[in-house]
Design a protein around this ligand. Sequence first.
Ligand code: ZN
Length: 215
Amino acid sequence: MKQLIRNVYCVGRNYRLHAEELGNSVPSEPMIFMKPSHAIVPMDGSTIALPGGRGEVHYEAELVLRIARDYRPGMAVDELVDVMAFGIDFTLRDVQNKLKDKGHPWTAAKAFLNSAPLTPYTVFPGAADTAAEDFELRKNGEVVQRGNIGNMIFPLQEIVDYIAENYGLGEGDLIFTGTPEGVGPVATGDQLELLYGGRALGSCTVQLGSSSSAR
Ligand code: ZN
């Protein structure tokens, strides 16, 4: 998966039950934040170092789109996206709650190194057909999140149009499309595995510790 990664966009609160489980209102337009490309790390079975001593680190399993070409108005998602993956939008939840209270940006809670593990890419079946199968996150073999793209508040077409019109969208950009309900904390040694349609796409083991060390 050593393809160029440019901008990494993320959609917040894109599933109603997830917005509600965190006590957040459901947004009236897509809520976009970003991670640096340095946050991306392959979900290839290896151990991933995440910040320790900064409160709870939550997993958020998400469908990730890879943009194949520069956006032009009127383009359909199916023309724009060639492959997809699944990823985890790791979040320092306690840090995020403090930032929210202060009205500060989310960078410290969302954009840290290794905060975006990504499975290998798989064929994008088209926006309509992505909902034909559920995706799942398993923690130590137990299903902790199950989602379906059909339950998104803002569908894929609306997300790509919104991002392109406001921030720009081109080849090599990634979009983390939001997480369903069931988010929760990880501890050192936890094994996380992402599946789509029952098919395992990637896994990693978590190690909480220094916030600056690489894998
Ligand atoms: Zn997320």
